[in-house]
Design a protein around this ligand. Structure first.
Ligand SMILES: *Cc1c(COP(=O)(O)O)cnc(C)c1O
Length: 452
């Protein structure tokens, strides 16, 4: 399995390099040269399998024999050791819950699988690596928890001290061991800048820095799995088509789904549900791409992205090219793109309405990200009544208990906190390892930490 950069300005690499490097040196994202295919019969047979068996078949298609069968089984078993419940909401509409991992966000799928694949490769090469991550909240916790206690991997997370919740901070600062979390006086962008500067600093090359954010292809493979799984739970006859509504920010989740479709999964259409950051639906409508800069703060805060990095991969899948700055070098096949994806922008007002209506109608609590997905599905259902007999799946990507203030305000109920979050609340935190005011400070830390 080989990979090219979406900027087409660096050489092809194998899976291992794509995973350990994270991003191509020309600032493009790594993308598969060929998408593997599953036969209709194989996909049909998933109906009678459990998640781990489906996962093994799908992942094996990507990585061939690079990782031995038993090892792969072990990686998947350990990484994805949580439930993926599916609930029937209406006659044809289902909700699929991706929030049951340890940090209660769908990012656990990618981060936990990537961590174990990386560790496996490092073990084989007898190498160590340092993961540098800037976070606006959720990613840092998922990455820190995923790599916790891995002996060959050190994790350094930077977060904006005054812009994340206590719970989000505690997911990073209560761990210790190989995880160091810095609270920065500044915004997410300041954290991001420190990380990017470190990546391009030649004097740090011996530190072996790598990234684990959503640009790493290793995170996309596990994000194809729940598409196959959830599909197999709800369909009847072979080749039945379904609709997926995907709450989207950086478009890694949607990219996983598009890859699943190219692998053969019968998907009628994707609904890409975005919040008020509407650059993608506007692009689909007009063909003109304009970043939303600065991005708009919405209550579905993990989706406040004004220029999604995975757009580069989506363009690539449809024969186009867009760079990291948002400049289009080649227009993708718009007809095919519009055929496969419809995108709706959902305002905070409509997101709140969706949470309230969902509770009133179905007596179930959804949180802001899933609510954006559900609201977009309603718009689709109203516009395409002729497709009403086609089943749909909407992803709930986080747990309602991560947004207690909003939920209490809207429906006057305190969402129950899962055990994995509850235990963190009472743990003591490690102090901020060092005041970081500028890049020089940060570099000093990295050099001290990794000398010799
Ligand atoms: C990251 C995130 C999203 C957006 O996923 P993308 O892959 O970036 O589109 C949606 N919901 C939650 C809860 C998230 O953490």
């Amino acid at each position: 399995m080989s990979f090219h950069s979406t900027n087409y300005n660096s050489s092809h690499v194998d899976f291992k390099t794509a995973v350990l490097q994270g991003q191509a040196i020309d600032n493009g994202l790594y993308m598969l040269n060929n998408i593997p295919r599953l036969t209709d019969d194989t996909i049909d047979s998933f109906k009678n399998m459990d998640f781990i068996d489906i996962a093994n078949i799908v992942i094996r298609k990507f990585i061939g024999n690079i990782i031995a069968q038993e090892k792969l089984q072990q990686i998947v078993n350990n990484a994805l050791n949580f439930k993926i419940p599916i609930e029937k909401i209406t006659n044809n509409d289902y909700m699929c819950y991706l929030d049951r991992g340890p940090t209660c966000s769908f990012k656990d799928f990618g981060a936990r699988t990537l961590a174990r694949i990386m560790e496996h490769f490092l073990e084989a090469d007898n190498k160590n690596i340092t993961i540098l991550t800037a976070t606006s909240g959720d990613t840092g916790g998922a990455v820190a928890q995923a790599f916790y206690k891995m002996s060959r991997i050190k994790v350094v997370v930077l977060y904006p001290k005054n812009e994340i919740s206590d719970l989000q901070r505690k997911q990073m600062t209560t761990l210790g061991e190989n995880v160091v979390a810095f609270g920065i006086n500044g915004k997410f962008d300041d954290c991001q800048k420190l990380v990017k500067t470190a990546f391009s600093d030649k004097e740090l090359s011996h530190v072996n820095l790598s990234s684990a954010n959503s640009i790493n292809f290793g995170r996309l493979i596990p994000q194809t799995l729940y598409y196959f799984w959830s599909y197999s739970r709800i369909v009847g006859k072979k080749n039945e088509k379904v609709i997926f509504s995907v709450p989207s920010g950086n478009f890694g989740n949607l990219t996983g789904g598009l890859i699943a479709k190219k692998m053969g999964l019968p998907i009628k259409r994707f609904i890409s549900a975005v919040n008020e950051n509407n650059e993608f639906p506007t692009f689909l409508k007009t063909g003109v791409y304009t970043k939303v800069d600065p991005s708009i703060n919405c209550i579905s805060n993990a989706m406040n992205v004004g220029h999604p990095s995975n757009l580069a991969r989506i363009f690539d899948l449809y024969g186009g090219q867009i760079d990291e700055k948002g400049v289009i070098h080649k227009v993708p096949n718009m007809e095919e793109l519009r055929n496969d994806i419809i995108s709706y922008s959902i305002s905070d007002e409509s997101t709140k309405d969706a949470i309230v209506n969902f509770y009133n109608k179905y007596k179930k609590i959804i949180e802001p990200h899933g609510a954006v997905g559900w609201a977009a599905l309603q718009l689709y259902r109203n516009s395409y009544p002729k497709n009403n007999d086609i089943k749909s799946l909407t992803f709930e990507t986080a747990n309602p208990s991560k947004f207690p203030e909003e939920i209490i305000k809207l429906i006057d109920i305190v969402p129950k906190m899962p055990y994995s979050l509850e235990v963190i609340q009472d743990k003591s935190e490690f102090p901020n390892p060092k005041e970081i005011n500028d890049y020089a400070n940060f570099k000093e830390f990295l050099l001290e930490e990794f000398q010799g």
